[in-house]
Design a binder for this molecule. Sequence first.
Ligand code: ATP
Ligand code: MG
Length: 589
Amino acid sequence: MTTIRILPEILSNQIAAGEVVERPSSVVKELVENSIDAGATSITIEVIKGGKSLIRVSDNGVGLSRDDAILSIERYATSKIFNKEDLFTISTMGFRGEALPSIASVSKFNLVTRTKDSDIGTRIEITGGKIRNVSDAGAPVGTMVEVKHLFFNTPARKKFLKSDNTEISHIADAISGMALGNPHIRFRLFLNGKLQKNFSLADDLFQRTMHVLGRDAADKLYELKFCDSFIDIHGYCSNPLVTRSTSSKIFLFVNNRMVYDRGLISAVFQGYKGRMMKGRFPLGVFFIDIAFDQVDVNVHPSKREVRFFNSQRVYKALSETIDNALSIAQQNMTAYSKVSDLQTGFVFPQKTAELGQIYKVEQSLIEFPADRPGNEKNTGQKQSLGQNHLERPSDGSSEMKILGQVMGTYILVEIKGILMLFDQHAAHERILYEKLKHRYQSLKVQSQTLIVPETLELNCREADLLSKILDDLSALGLVIEPFGGTSFVVKAVPSIIDEKEIKPVILEILEKALVKKDGFSKDDWLEKCLILMACHSAIRANLNLGHGEMVKLLSDLEQCENPRHCPHGRPIMISWSKKQIEKLFKRLV
Ligand SMILES: Nc1ncnc2c1ncn2[C@@H]1O[C@H](COP(=O)(O)OP(=O)(O)OP(=O)(O)O)[C@@H](O)[C@H]1O
Ligand SMILES: [Mg+2]
C-alpha cells in the first residue's frame, strides 16, 4: 500500500524553486519584478561571482510592514491578486505568491524593509527556508533582498550553474529586458563592486533601446507603430543589414511583460522576409499590448510564456507592422542613396574609374606586387573554372565572352559552348579571402591606424572571449586594446576592410564563438576572421558592374586556388552545357 502524505512546506518550496529559480538570473528577475510592482523608481542590483555568492536587489518602493514582510515569505502569499477574476486581469509582474519562499528555500536569504509610515524597519533572516531571526533594522524606505550562496542546500542544482561570466550575461540580459519595459525606472548593475550598467532616469524608450541594442544598431533603427481596436504595437526594429547570429537581441513584450514565444519570433522573421540573409537574426524591441482577457500569462511558473486566445491575429499584426516599417524605410532610402553613396559606403561604378568598387576594395592589395595575379606562390592544388580552362578574359575576342550582368547580381558568360552564371558577391569574397590569406601567411599584413578609435561595448562573456584572442587578432592587423571593464577600443584595422565594417565583423566573430560549445582553436579564429573580413568587404549583390569590372573580377577569380566555392562553401558559379540546354528545349531527348 502506498502512503500519501502532504509534503513539508520547505520541501514543497524547494520543489517550486526548481521551476521558478533556474539560475541566478531568475532570482534577479523575480526580485527586480517585485521592486517594479512595489512602485520603485530606482533599483540597484549587486552581484558577486556571477550571483553564486551574492545577489542583492535594493529598491525605493513602498516597502513592507513587519507583518506583511513575514507573510511575504510564506507560500501563496501575495498582495497582487485576491480572487479568481483578478487572475484574468493581471497587470503586475508577479501574482503567484511563490517567488520569495522559493528563493529563500534554496539560499541564505535576508530581507530588510521599511514603509514610510514606520520609523523603524524589519530584518528577516532565513537559511534554507527556515526563519532564523526577525529583528528591528534601521533602513531607508523600500526593500532590500539579499540572496547568498544560492543552491547551497541543493548541490545537484548548483552543479548545473555555468561559469561566472555566462551567469552574468544571463543576468545582464534579464536586466536589459526589464529596463526596456520600464524606461521610467533607473536601473544600476554592480558586478563585483563595480558599476557595470547604468540606465538613467532621463531615458525614453528610444534611448533605452539604443543603450541595450548597442550603438552599431542605433542609427539604423526603424520605429514601429500600429494600433486598432484589438492590438497596439510599438517599438523599434533594426535595418535588415544589421543582424546577429542569435535571437538574443530580439526583445518581446506582451502587456509590458518580457516573454519568450516562438510564434512571435516567427512573426518577426515573417516581417523581414526576403530582406535578410538566411541564418541571421534581426534586432528589435517589440511591445504588444492587448486586452488582458485576450492573453493568459499563467502558463509557466517562470511567467516567460504566454498564450494568446487569437494567436494568428497577433502574429499577423506584428509581421505586417514590421513589414510596413521596413518598406517605408526602403522607399526613403532610394531617394537618399542618390546623394549619399559615398557616405553609406556604397560606391556605384563611375564612368571615370571603370574598376569602381572592386578596384577600391583592392587598392591596398595592388600595392603588393607579390599578390598580383601570376606572381603569387600558390601552395594548394589549383582548380580551374570548369573542365575548360579559362583563358584570360579580354573584350570578347578570346575563349570567354562576358554577355553581361543579370539581375544586378550575376555575371552571364559563355565559354566554349558552356553557359555560366557567376555570383558576383561570392566570387569577390573568394578573391579577397585568398588574397588576405596569402598576405597573412607571408606576414605582409597592412593595417591602418584609426584617427578616431572605435569603442566596443561588450557583455561580459564577449569581453572575456575577446581578451583571450587580442594577440591573434593583431596578427591579422586588427589592433584592439582593453578600455576598462567590458569596453575595448579598436586602434587599427586591416587595410582591406572599411573601418565602418569593423564593428559588425568583431561582433559577428564573438557571437559565432559564443554559440560554439567547445570554442575555437587559434587557426579557427584566423580562418573565421579572414572569411568575415572578405565577406564584409566584398561587393554586394544588386550592385551594377561595368564591363571592365566584370573582366577584372573573373580574371582575378581565375587566379584563385579554389574558384568554385566562396569561403562559406556556397557555389560561385552554375553552368549549363549546350547539350543540357538542348534537352531543356526538347531538341534532344
Ligand atoms: N521589493 C518589494 N517591495 C515591496 N513588497 C514586496 C517586495 N517584494 C515582495 N513584496 C511583497 O511580497 C509578496 C510576495 O512576493 P513574491 O515575489 O513571493 O510573490 P508575488 O510577487 O506576489 O508573485 P510571484 O510569485 O508571481 O512573483 C508580494 O506580493 C509583495 O506584496
Ligand atoms: Mg514576485
